[in-house]
Design a binder for this molecule. Structure first.
Ligand SMILES: Nc1ncnc2c1ncn2[C@@H]1O[C@H](COP(=O)(O)OP(=O)(O)OP(=O)(O)O)[C@@H](O)[C@H]1O
Length: 256
C-alpha cells in the first residue's frame, strides 16, 4: 500500500480552545478514508488546516512525500488536493458549466494575461476547458443541467456540482465535507455510487460524514476524532467495536 497523505501531529488552536491535538493519520492511495466523530470533534477544522483555509499551529501534512504549505489554498490545490464544503459554496448565479470551468481555471496555463488578451492559444485552451467541463458534468451525472444556473439545481445536484468543480482541478485526493447532509435516501444512494466510481478511477477520497450506514458501506478505513484527538483508526467494523468510540458517541452530554 502506497501512502498518499500523512498528517503528523497536527495541532490547531482557536484562542484557548484546542480544536486539534497531535492528530496523526495516514491515507493510502486509492482508498476511501472516513473522518468521523461527534459534533465539534474537529473534523471540519482538520479539512480547513489541510486545505490551507487556516494556518497550522503545529505538526505537518505530507502529500506524496512533500510537506504541504500552510494557509496557502492555491498551492494546496496544486499539490493535488480538492475539497467540497459542508455548506454548499457554489457561484449561485453562474451556470453549472461555468462553475466547473471556474474550478478548471486554477489549472489553466494561459493565465490571466492570455485570458485578457484573448490570444488564439487562450481561446483554444478555453474551448478545451469547456469540453473537459462537460465531460466532468457528464461523469457526475448532471450534464443535462450544464446551462442551468446553480441556484436552480436540486439540492442533490448542487452537491454533485460541487464535486464536479473539485474534480476539475484534477485532484489525487478529493476531500468531501458531509456530502450526504440534507440528501434524501435516493440522492444518498446515488452519491455512494458516484464515490465508488471516483475511487474506481484511482482518486483517493477523504470523507467527513455523519451517515453511519454510508460510512460503513463506503469507507475502507476510518479515523474517529473526539475533542480534537484521534481516539481510533481502522476498518469501519473495527472502529465500531472500539470502547472509546462507543463512549464518545453514546456517553455524556452530546447526543449524536
Ligand atoms: N473559526 C473558528 N473559530 C473559533 N472556534 C472554532 C472555529 N472553527 C471551529 N471552531 C471550534 O473548534 C471545534 C471543532 O469544530 P469543528 O467544526 O472542526 O468540528 P466538527 O467535528 O467538524 O463538528 P460538526 O460535526 O458539528 O461539523 C469546535 O469547538 C468549534 O466551536
Amino acid at each position: 500500500m502506497i501512502t498518499l497523505l500523512e498528517s503528523r501531529a497536527v495541532n490547531k488552536r482557536f484562542g484557548g480552545l484546542k480544536a486539534l491535538t497531535d492528530v496523526s493519520l495516514t491515507i493510502r492511495k486509492g482508498e476511501v478514508y472516513g473522518l468521523i466523530g461527534p459534533n465539534g470533534a474537529g473534523k471540519t477544522t482538520f479539512f480547513n488546516v489541510l486545505t490551507g483555509a487556516y494556518a497550522i499551529d503545529g505538526g505537518e501534512f505530507v502529500m506524496n512525500g512533500a510537506e504541504l504549505p500552510s494557509a496557502k489554498p492555491h498551492l494546496v490545490v496544486q499539490h493535488g488536493i480538492a475539497r467540497t464544503f459542508q455548506n454548499i459554496r457554489l457561484f449561485r448565479e453562474l451556470t453549472a458549466l461555468e462553475n466547473v470551468m471556474a474550478g478548471h481555471h486554477i489549472r489553466s496555463s494561459a493565465g490571466v494575461w492570455g485570458i485578457l488578451t484573448q490570444s488564439r492559444a487562450a481561446r483554444e485552451e478555453e474551448r478545451l476547458m469547456q469540453e473537459r467541463a462537460l465531460e466532468i458534468l457528464d461523469y457526475v451525472g448532471i450534464v443535462r443541467h450544464a446551462d442551468t444556473v446553480a441556484r436552480n439545481l436540486s439540492y442533490g445536484d448542487q452537491r454533485r456540482l460541487e464535486i464536479a468543480r473539485a474534480l476539475a482541478t484534477e485532484p489525487q485526493l478529493l476531500a468531501l465535507d458531509e456530502p450526504a447532509a440534507g440528501m434524501n435516501a435516493t440522492e444518498t444512494a446515488g452519491l455512494r455510487t458516484l464515490v465508488e466510481t471516483i475511487r474506481g478511477d484511482g482518486i483517493t477520497v477523504l470523507l467527513i460524514e455523519h451517515d453511519v450506514k454510508l460510512i460503513m458501506g463506503l469507507c475502507d478505513r476510518v479515523a474517529v476524532l473526539d475533542f480534537g484527538k484521534k481516539i481510533a483508526e481502522g476498518t469501519p467494523a473495527e472502529v465500531q467495536r472500539c470502547p472509546d468510540v462507543i463512549k464518545a458517541y453514546l456517553g455524556g452530554h452530546r447526543a449524536h
